[in-house]
Design a protein around this ligand. Structure first.
Ligand code: FES
Length: 138
């Protein structure tokens, strides 16, 4: 049995923030394609094959715009939506300092060990995206 089969993809966590996860899953913010992006990166979760692609536009060291596309479970897609919403307008340096724990805080639901990769798909994508941007722009 694969991870994909045992994971309930619509699972949106427990507690009062569950509705927030469902909302971001069903109506993801910053979902789509960014024309003329400065960098793009696709990350995937090897356990289930789900993926997220992020594109970023940076000006004067600020995140001017960010968009994502992907297919994944409720938590992974809500995480992309929430994270992209939080970082828009922030400085590159600020965003580079984001820790995993802050992503868990943004999600506000308990994350079991089986859901860690789901919750952090957004964060991993963003980290590598920024590295690609920095490699391209010295
Ligand atoms: Fe694939 Fe959550 S089940 S990212």
């Amino acid at each position: 049995m694969t991870q994909n089969q045992i994971i309930d993809r619509d699972y949106a966590g427990e507690g009062i923030y569950r509705e927030n996860i469902i909302d971001h899953y069903k109506s993801p913010r910053n979902f789509g394609i960014l024309e003329n992006s400065d960098a793009e990166y696709m990350e995937f979760n090897p356990l289930c094959g789900d993926e997220a692609t992020m594109q970023i536009k940076i000006k004067d060291n600020l995140i001017k715009d960010i968009k994502f596309k992907g297919k994944g479970c409720a938590i992974s897609m809500a995480s992309c939506s929430i994270l992209t919403e939080k970082i828009k307008g922030k400085s590159l340096n600020e965003v580079k300092k984001l820790e995993k724990e802050q992503v868990y805080e943004m999600l506000s639901i308990p994350i079991s060990p089986q859901r860690v990769k789901c919750a952090l798909l957004s964060w991993e994508t963003l980290r590598r995206l920024i590295k690609i941007y920095e490699n391209k722009n010295g």
